[in-house]
Design a protein around this ligand. Sequence first.
Ligand code: 2HG
Ligand code: ZN
Length: 456
Amino acid sequence: MDWFFELPKAWCPTREAVDLEKDGRDWTRVLDPRPAAVVFPRCSEEVAEVLAFCTRYGIGVVPSGGRTGLCGGAMATQGELVLSLERLRSLGQVDPLGLTLAVGAGVTTQEVHQHCQPQGLTWPIDLASKGSSQIGGNLATNAGGVRVLHYGPTRHWVTGLDVVLMDGTLLSCGGALYKDNTGLDLRQLMIGSEGILGVITSATLRLTPLPRESQVLLLSIAELDQGLELLANARVGARLDLLAFEYFDDSCMQAVQSVRRFSSPFAERAAGYILMEVEGGLEARLEDWFQSQLESGTILDGVVAGTSSDKGRLWAFRENITESLGHLGLMHKNDVAVSVKDLSRFAHQLRNQVASAYPGDVYLFGHVGDGNLHVNVMKPPEMAPEDFWPACRAADVRLYELLQSYGGSVSAEHGIGLLKKSALAYSRGPHEIQAMRQIKQSLDPQGLLNPGKVIS
Ligand code: 2HG
Ligand code: ZN
């Protein structure tokens, strides 16, 4: 019997080819989607019924949010049922005293920002994909973004979660309590578990006052080394309050300029650029710092923006990198981190010892204030994708071995999903991986929830 016809109409089940193609994939382009059907439940109780249904029929189920992930964590490649959370769109009232907000998993990051802004508050997770990425997915992947340097990761900004387990059990963990030291923290176990332990259906988010005024600086530099010198000079030397500190190389800058038709704010090209945002107005301290960095040659050139439209224009160079690269060709992606103190040495070794092993040009950018670099490799036009992906995976081994020698991370913010599974053991020990397996086994003994992701 075809279980599809058993799915209640209230979940809007579909297996139209166009829906399967759209809802069965995320932003990765390495694998093809092959889901059996998609359902759209409206509340936690219906999500529980979907999971109980899948448990009864032994059907794999892939939770799906904004699908902006880059590691295949929301890909349905083996005939699973896709569980879309996009109809879980409740948006509660901002609590201006306790600084919390209850939201459904399907609300986008940007909608949360817009909802809190009139009260002078924000949920300080800022992602280039904020218009599409949804809260459930942000939490399930412990998403990073451009403000981790200042505010810390997503997991710091949650007080409560509602989660449905594979057998249909509904867990309410935490609510709006800021302090709660009672037993194991299941909430933090779920955050970052990439949908393999439970489905997050709603959350209570922690809020913080919007930053006071801020200034955005786009600086051109000769080497990443100078960028890291700037970071130390700004943070420790001048005691500037950094909201973001981002790096991108000139190849990323050229990609954004050609795809988005932006013109460079600089008279001359440079090897790299730093985009930094500093809290506060254009005070003498920032001006003096900027002048002294120019005079010492740490910065080659620079522009400062204080109005929101000018700030947006400078941020656009950074925020458009992923989409512009995607526009120019197929990209193989890595998202790596080492301790910031090692980043300069690591980046040199990456350029000199690893980059040549890849079959295409390497584009480097990322959240260098967090020690996090995105390593993108573009498929050469003449190379077939089926030759490109394996060649990249072979070169990845060199990158991961280098990372391992630094005690680095093979996935600083994008997670493991399907694509980075073979890399996991370069960052986590065998006993840790075994403990992860035991936790998975106890919550999902049939292995039906987001099957094949993170650990097999
Ligand atoms: C970013 O920082 C995202 O813009 C995407 O994490 C990184 O495309 C990438 O490799
Ligand atoms: Zn990133």
